[in-house]
Design a protein around this ligand. Sequence first.
Ligand code: NZQ
Ligand code: ZN
Length: 387
Amino acid sequence: MNNFNLHTPTRILFGQGAITELRAQIPAQARVLITYGGGSVKKTGVLDQVYKALEGQDVLEFGGIEPNPSYETLMKAVELVRAEKVTFLLAVGGGSVLDGTKFIAAAANYPEDKDPWNILLTNGSDITSAIPMGSVLTLPATGSESNTGAVISRRATGDKQVFMSPFVQPIFAVLDPVYTYTLPAVQVANGVIDAFVHTIEQYLTYPVNAKVQDRFAEGLLLTLVEEGPKALAEPENYDVRANIMWAATMALNGLIGAGVPQDWGTHSLGHELTAMHGLDHAQTLAIVLPALLNEKRREKHAKLLQYAERVWNITEGDEEERITAAIDATRHFFEKMGTGTRLSAYGLDGSSIPGLLIKLEEKGLTQLGEHQDITLDVSRRIYEAAR
Ligand code: NZQ
Ligand code: ZN
């Protein structure tokens, strides 16, 4: 096991009715800006519950944060925060609203003579403070509710980039599984697949004898495989939703990634597909992952065999056959969730691959993966194999 330094300071308020604990998490004198997306929280009544929980508190709101939140929209919120002297941000929604709010939190405190897009260009390393934020999550997927990361898009340039900073980690997260009953099937699938691939990015690399992390990761994968299809079939099954919600949080709160090598190649290649073609984040992962696992089957050999046996119960056949069967099982699982696993399933013929590679190169993403050996040439092969 590798050395690690783990600090996960987000308070988790989990379960049906957890919103009643919201008030106690926010300083009484705070001027709060509630942020939300395209309006689902209005339709579902979650926003009303938030207002009720905060009765008497000084509250403003900013709506309209889009999926794959854009710098252009978020900068309007930054202006509002500065003009209104907001002291606390409360994100109510899915990963996009949470990520967008992390950017608002950092950008509002960023020196006014510097372009806040630099936060993305420096991967968050030059942030020295942020407005404190909390979250009420309505879509279990990204893990954004209790981690330091955010992914922001800039429509003008067709970029989608990540930043990370401990200053933007939410102080608390309200996780009420009932809030997820209203998700459309496609978003249920997106959430399950995103959490699944987060786990894989931190697990399916090479062995470092990290037994706790491996077995936690396998537990999360098994839970998602068991409960994902049930969430589609029985949208109001509380236990199913609760298990998925907790699995998604645990998949990217730092725990399973502590002390182990990490890949993240699937995410990097996927982000470019979203930026160029507008596919949902999880759809891009479902396209890239099977192709990447096959391309890197030699380097990931030992972990692929472990994954085959412990997650898919594949014990028959020689080693190469077992690995192929595990990759096939992964693809079938995504397809069972209703998500296409090839570019062609989204009407793409691969003609944009040269453009995708140019974008990777521009960002210096030319040595990806746990061995930094996913060069542009390897990325090209992965995109080609995903046609
Ligand atoms: O915008 P509204 O109207 O709220 O509707 C949203 C949106 O259209 C809807 N929705 C959310 N909760 C709902 C609901 N509809 C009905 N009932 C509910 N309870 O779902 C749609 C998608 O929401 P979005 O927030 O975009 O989805 P998700 O949570 O999957 O977030 C995706 C974003 O997170 C980034 C992705 O790149 C993408 O930009 N990621 C963030 C990460 C992080 N911070 O650590 C890691 C991930 O790998 C990922 O990259
Ligand atoms: Zn993801």
